[in-house]
Design a protein around this ligand. Sequence first.
Ligand SMILES: [Zn+2]
Ligand SMILES: [Zn+2]
Length: 107
Amino acid sequence: MKTKTVILLFLIVGGLLALFSKSFVYAEGNTLKNYYCSKCGTHIEAVNQPMMGNCQTGGGHSWRCLGEVGEKNYQCSKCGLIVKSKDTPYGGVPCKSGGGHNWKRIS
Ligand SMILES: [Zn+2]
Ligand SMILES: [Zn+2]
């Protein structure tokens, strides 16, 4: 009886761990995010941090993550950039026009 309980517990814990790791990989591996180069103002949507590439201001792009891509549209009232975002884009990302972006929800 005791052995059975241990086996049952083991199966439950193992199943939960498998579920957890699956959803973790899904959340980390397949979510489209907004990236913004604070040097040239280029915006792209990508799953992973983009390659540095060649920034038109010289050197490589300086990609900063703005958060997950979603159904809502936000516009920066300073540089005019529009991003589709799940929630208000991350603050603290430098705006091409100086300071931080000033996000306003437009739809
Ligand atoms: Zn750039
Ligand atoms: Zn801006």
